[in-house]
Each structure stands twice: as structure tokens, then as C-alpha cells.
Design a binder for this molecule. Structure first.
Ligand code: AHM
Ligand code: MG
Length: 337
């Protein structure tokens, strides 16, 4: 990163772009600000993971007799607390919670219009090996009447209704990437100052991608179309073979592909042929960012953002990245399945 003094801070960027947002009341800006704060708190804790005895199962007791928390539990608590305390949302759903949380103000009413869906610490199994993890968030305007308790239907909207989505990657540096439907922007945290700087303006997938990211250990379970596409990626012809890169941390795999160009795949697996990733917490926000960055996101046979969620924790297949690569994969699936 060049001299940070020359870069806008995330706070400045949010403020400047608030006016450009339709129906702007400043509420969405406050919400992104709250996410920024929770991200900094979580980042601090994630970076301490190797230093303090915070790793381990939730429920363990440490030497002071305090309960140890797994980092995903910690992140969940911090994001929910921060969003609740600031009184800027009417409801929160988290991958870590079975049900959605209705946020009520003291008089029992809530005039906020946004709901947030969050995966507080995705890929948390990577923490034990010091690999990058991330937080994924997704924001919708509620459908039910403002002032009434939030309803399940407010959370079960198709991804195309998202007003904003993003992720925070706790990596070699910590970066917050988000979109409010007007392109994708990335902000890198300067840990010394605790400030996010606008390091990645207008992020877009490069024209050509040459990386495929998939857990090939599941290969035998993939459909013939997906298998054929993987063989296509590996074939020596033209700009192929593509490189295979897979961390097993969605945010990190996605972030690399967004910068370098590639396709991320989590196909349906097992006898039930279900996807692994959660439609509402993982697929939809990543699909929103993908499309905003000039890419495509698919279930293998249709646009992710068009899928109507039936349940909060529904799983779906996800293929996202460079449009050309995703279209090629869809063509193989259409041919073979
Ligand atoms: P999680 O929500 O339980 O952390 O699981 C999601 C993660 C993604 O980050 C990652 O892409 C995928 O699961 C990896 O799964 P696998 O280990 O099956 O390849
Ligand atoms: Mg997850």
C-alpha cells in the first residue's frame, strides 16, 4: 500500500457515498460503520489466537475459571452485540444461531428498516493452522411493516434483494471488502492506527481467469458435468491447464480469485446431492459481490441471486468467479446432467 495519508479512510468513503445511495437516511452508513467496528474487535482477537490460550472448544474453562470461547463464538457475540447496541437494525440472523434475533428498542418498537445476515467467522477450522478466515455479511431492507416485530420472511429474501454485502478477511493484512450495489471496494486495515484505508477501489475480476478452486477430495461425488469441467481445467490446451488453488476458507479463496481471476466451486456432494455452503450467509453475499465485480455466480444451472430461500440455514451449490469460466461450467453441466 502506498502512503496511507493519500488514501481515503473507510469512514470518509462511507460518508461521501451516503448521498449517492437511493432513499438514503444514513441508516445504512451507520450499519456499515458498526460492522467496521465489530471487524476491528474481531481482528484484534483473531490476531491474538496464536498468543493466548483462546483456542479450543467452547465451554472449556481456563486457569482463571473463566469460560474459554472459540473464536467463532467470540466473533458471533461481538457482531451481534455491536449491531444490537447501536440500535440500527431490526433483526439479525447468524450462521451460529438457530433462529433469527428480533432486535427491539426499549419501547418494544423498532423503526429500523434493515436486517443483517452474518457468518461471523467462516472457515474457522483454519485458525488452528494460522490460515486466513473471514466474516461474511449481507444486508436487506425488511419486507414486513416497519415498527412491527421482524418476521422470518424478512430474512428469506432472494439474494437479488440485497442492498449491501461484504466480507472481512483476517489475513496477512486485514481487509474489508463491500458493495452497496455500486461496484466493489476494498479497505485495508492499518493496525497501528486502527483505520481502514481505501486500498482497492472498484474491484473487478480480471478479463481472463486461470485458477480453479475446489475440494477435489470430493471428486467422486461430483456430477458428470462438474467432473468434465475439472478435466477441462486440467487439459493442456490454449491457456490451460489452469492452476488449482484451494485454501478451504471461502473468503480467502474468493478474495484471491477476485484479484487474480478464477472460479470457486462447491458442488453438490454425497448421496443426497446437497451443497455445503449456506445460501443466506455465504452464497448470496458472495454472489452479490461477484456480480458487482463483473463476474457470475451460479448454482450450476441458474443464478444464485434468483434462488428463493425456504429456510435460514439452507445449503446450496456455489460456482462463482469470472463470467466466462462460470458459463463454461454451466454448459458442461447442461450437457451431462
Ligand atoms: P464453515 O461455515 O463451517 O466454516 O464452512 C464453510 C467453509 C468455507 O469457508 C470453505 O470454502 C468450505 O467450508 C470448505 O469446505 P471443505 O473443507 O469441505 O472443502
Ligand atoms: Mg461459514
Amino acid at each position: 500500500m502506498t502512503n496511507t495519508n493519500q488514501k481515503k479512510t473507510l469512514g470518509e468513503f462511507i460518508f461521501e457515498n451516503q448521498a449517492a445511495f437511493p432513499y438514503s437516511t444514513g441508516e445504512l452508513s451507520k450499519l456499515i460503520n458498526a460492522i467496521r467496528l465489530a471487524a476491528k474487535i474481531t481482528n484484534h482477537e483473531v490476531n491474538k489466537a496464536g498468543l493466548v490460550d483462546i483456542l479450543g472448544d467452547a465451554g472449556n474453562t481456563n486457569i482463571q475459571g473463566e469460560n474459554q470461547q472459540k473464536l467463532d463464538v467470540y466473533a458471533n457475540t461481538k457482531f451481534i452485540q455491536t449491531l444490537k447496541q447501536r440500535g440500527i437494525v431490526c433483526g439479525i440472523a447468524s450462521e451460529e444461531e438457530e433462529d433469527f434475533i428480533a432486535v427491539n428498542s426499549q419501547d418494544g418498537k423498532n423503526n429500523n428498516q434493515y436486517v443483517v445476515l452474518i457468518d461471523p467467522l467462516d472457515g474457522s477450522s483454519n485458525i488452528d493452522v494460522n490460515a486466513s478466515v473471514g466474516t461474511i455479511f449481507s444486508i436487506y431492507r425488511r419486507i414486513s411493516a416497519v415498527g412491527q416485530p421482524v418476521q422470518l420472511e424478512d430474512f428469506l429474501q432472494p439474494g437479488k434483494n440485497q442492498v449491501a454485502a461484504g466480507y472481512i478477511m483476517y489475513g496477512t493484512s486485514t481487509i474489508l471488502v463491500y458493495s452497496t450495489g455500486n461496484g466493489v471496494n476494498g479497505f485495508t486495515l492499518n493496525p497501528a492506527l486502527g483505520t481502514f484505508y481505501h486500498s482497492h477501489p472498484n474491484m473487478r475480476f480480471p478479463e481472463q481467469g486461470n485458477i480453479y478452486s475446489v475440494n477435489e477430495g470430493n471428486y467422486v461425488h461430483f456430477s458428470d458435468g462438474v467432473k468434465k469441467y475439472i478435466k477441462y481445467c486440467q487439459k493442456e490446451e490454449g491457456d490451460r491447464p489452469y492452476s488449482s488453488r484451494y485454501i478451504g476458507s471461502l473468503v480467502s479463496d474468493f478474495h484471491r480469485n477476485l484479484i487474480k481471476g478464477g472460479i470457486y466451486m462447491y458442488p453438490r456432494i454425497g448421496p443426497t446431492q446437497k451443497g455445503k455452503l449456506r445460501l443466506t450467509y455465504e452464497c448470496n453475499p458472495m454472489a452479490f459481490l461477484t456480480e458487482q465485480a463483473n463476474g457470475a455466480a451460479s448454482t450450476g444451472s441458474g443464478r444464485i441471486l434468483d434462488v428463493e430461500p425456504k429456510t435460514l440455514h439452507q445449503r446450496e451449490a456455489l460456482f462463482c468467479g469470472n463470467t466466462e469460466m462460470v458459463k463454461k461450467l454451466e454448459a458442461f453441466i447442461a450437457e451431462k446432467d
